[in-house]
Every structure is written in structure tokens, then in C-alpha cells.
Design a protein around this ligand. Structure first.
Ligand code: DP6
Length: 348
């Protein structure tokens, strides 16, 4: 079956440098965050749609992942449509078939919510444009708001390069409602950054990010963490401005470990680290020390390690991965990615 109209978008994943961890009602972040948008790790989503007579139901959709009917994804998408109902007034009188697939393997443990929800949000923004419900100049902002309502980190995937979500005094134009492209000078080297994702554990993680954010409510260290993130948002800008790779990397590593420290000290506490995660972090630090290569790690809410480094050391780092890190990866798997330019509309 196919419907009369169709929109398709490709949207990338992103990796946070200063982390979003903790939120308020309405998908409002407890602190500002900044990320690199990735390139190879992305989701492609097509929404076929046509107008129907409204029958009192809030939305009508079917979902296919990799061409298979995938009802297990319905709850996340229903939540998205419930949260965005006011912004997408055409939903009750539109029938949709959503088809989606990720460039990275399902079981890779790479968070698909940022790329997945932003790809869907871009399709919905596109349909809103076609309904005349939106001015073209506001398209990206509108889609970032929609994405945020689906998954906070998805708000940042709507733009390429360095992206900030959350109000911060030193980032003009920044907002808790939508992400913005990082507005200040960035040394060229950061635009060449690579991210090699080392797949330590694949499959569903034991505690979802949404649950983890919830555990920040009443967390003993929450206020200190939000203050730390705010200060790190100020400090990282100095490193981006001056091209201080070591200052940048030290901050990014501390952010990743703070994120996991919050998880470990939640009540109940939990650990997403695996022994191989720690083995990799130690290898990275030793290698950096002995070889003087600017390679640093970050982590998202899982066991996988993101290796961040500039293009000019790419060959060296690839050799290091093959010779010293691959052995700690599940089935020896990793993905080479890089800073990307943001989502793309896919034409037929
Ligand atoms: C650790 O955006 O997945 O990746 O808003 O509940 O969908 P929800 O959470 P999500 O949280 C991401 C957390 C993080 C850090 C980050 O991306 O900033």
C-alpha cells in the first residue's frame, strides 16, 4: 500500500561534549549542552501521507523499520505525537505510513533516538510546510522544537557541526526550547574531528536515558552537576576559540565521567560501564601520554566508547584502534565517523 504524498529525510546522530543529563517538565533541559553532529551514523525516514476524514482519533499511523512492521516502536512515536499535537494540528485528519532504517546496525548499542526522532520531526515539519502551517524561514527551528519533544538530544541533530541546546548566557540566541548552531569562532581543527565508535556492548541498555534523567530529580549531586555543566559550557568555548586540543579533550573526558558518576550515585544507582569500557579508557590515556597524540574519549549513556581526534592524526589512530582497542570490542566491531553537515532532504 502507498499513500498519495511522500517526504523523506536523512538525519544524523550526534555526540554530546558537554552532556544533557537531567530535565524539567516539557522536555526542558536542566543545563545547556553542546555536541558534534555526526555523519555516517544516521536514520533515513520516509512518511507517506494523505488527508482523511477526522474520526476523533488523535493520529493514524503505521510504522515499518527496515521494511518490517514494527509495533514495538509505536509507544515512542505515540508519545512524540501526543507531545507535538498542538504544533501539528493536521495530525487527526492525516493518515501516515512511516518507514525508517538506520545506517548503523540495530544491535550496535548506538542511540538511535537522536537520529530517529529528528528524522521523523523533519518529515513532520516538511508536511507542516506543505499545509502552509509554517514559514520556510522557521523550518529548522520548528523541527528542532519537534525533535526535542521526541527526545532531548534529537533537538541538536537538526544542524551540522557544533550545536548548542539549552539557554546559556555566553551563547547568544541559545534556548531551552530548541538547538542553535554554535555561533562563535571555532578553530578549523575542530571542524575536521573524527569520532570512532568502539562497540563494547550491543543490544538494549539496562536503564534508558529517560529513566536516568528522572533519577536526577532529588539526586544528592544534581545541583553541583548542573553548575559544573554550566561552567564547562563556558570553558569549552575558550578551547574551541583557541584550538587547545588538550584543554578540550580533558574537559570532554571529565564530562563523560561525570555523566556516569551521576548514574552510579543515583538512588537506585546503576552502571553502564563494562570492564572492557574501562580497559579502553586506560589504553587511550596511556597511548596519549606515550605517543603525544591528541585523542580523547567520550561516552554516551552506554558502554560504548567514542574516540575523538582531529583528521591530521587519523592514520595513527586507526592503527591504534586496530592494534590495541579492537580486541575489547564486541566481535571486534567499531564504526569510523566524523563531524557532519546535518540532515538532508532526500528527493525521489
Ligand atoms: C547521555 O535525549 O536520549 O546522550 O530526552 O529522555 O529522550 P530523552 O533523553 P536523551 O538523553 C541523552 C543523554 C546523553 C547526553 C546528551 O546527548 O547530551
Amino acid at each position: 500500500m502507498s499513500l498519495k504524498n511522500k517526504v523523506s529525510w536523512q538525519s544524523p546522530s550526534n555526540i554530546a561534549l558537554v552532556k544533557y543529563w537531567g530535565k524539567k517538565a516539557g522536555q526542558i533541559p536542566a543545563n545547556a549542552s553542546i555536541s558534534f553532529t555526526l555523519d555516517n551514523c544516521h536514520t533515513r525516514t520516509t512518511v507517506e501521507w494523505e488527508p482523511i476524514e477526522a474520526d476523533g482519533a488523535p493520529f493514524h499511523f503505521e510504522i515499518f523499520v527496515d521494511d518490517e512492521p514494527s509495533p514495538e516502536f509505536r509507544p515512542k512515536i505515540e508519545t512524540f505525537f501526543q507531545r507535538t499535537a498542538d504544533l501539528l494540528p493536521f495530525l487527526p485528519s492525516t493518515k501516515m505510513i512511516i518507514r525508517t532504517s538506520n545506517s548503523f546496525p540495530h544491535s550496535s548499542g548506538i542511540a538511535s533516538s537522536a537520529s530517529g526522532l529528528s528524522a521523523l520531526a523533519l518529515c513532520m515539519g516538511d508536511i507542516a510546510l506543505q499545509h502552509g502551517a509554517l514559514d520556510e524561514n522557521n523550518f529548522n527551528r520548528f523541527c528542532s522544537i519537534l525533535s526535542r519533544l521526541g527526545s532531548g538530544s534529537a533537538s541538536r541533530s537538526v544542524y551540522g557541526g557544533l550545536v548548542v541546546w539549552g539557554q546559556h548566557a555566553e551563547v547568544p540566541g541559545s534556548s531551552d526550547s530548541f538547538a542553535v548552531e554554535y555561533p562563535h569562532h571555532v578553530e578549523h581543527v575542530f571542524t575536521t574531528y573524527r569520532d570512532t565508535v568502539l562497540l563494547v556492548e550491543v543490544g538494549q541498555k539496562s536503564v534508558s536515558s529517560t529513566k536516568g534523567h528522572g533519577l536526577m530529580v532529588g539526586h544528592e549531586y544534581a545541583e553541583a552537576r548542573f553548575e559544573q555543566a554550566k561552567a564547562n559550557m563556558s570553558e569549552i568555548q575558550k578551547h574551541l576559540q583557541t584550538g587547545d586540543l588538550n584543554g578540550f579533550g580533558e574537559l570532554v573526558e571529565a564530562e563523560a565521567l561525570s555523566l556516569h558518576a551521576m548514574m552510579m550515585t543515583s538512588r537506585p544507582g546503576y552502571m553502564l560501564f563494562r570492564p572492557n569500557t574501562i580497559a579502553i579508557l586506560e589504553k587511550i590515556r596511556n597511548y596519549r601520554e606515550t605517543e603525544k597524540v591528541p585523542v580523547h574519549f567520550t561516552l554516551d549513556a552506554g558502554a560504548n566508547v567514542h574516540l575523538l581526534y582531529p583528521a591530521h592524526v587519523e592514520q595513527k589512530v586507526h592503527t591504534f584502534v586496530e592494534q590495541e582497542l579492537k580486541q575489547f570490542c564486541k566481535d571486534g566491531r567499531y564504526i569510523h565517523d566524523r563531524v557532519g553537515s546535518g540532515p538532508k532532504r532526500l528527493d525521489e
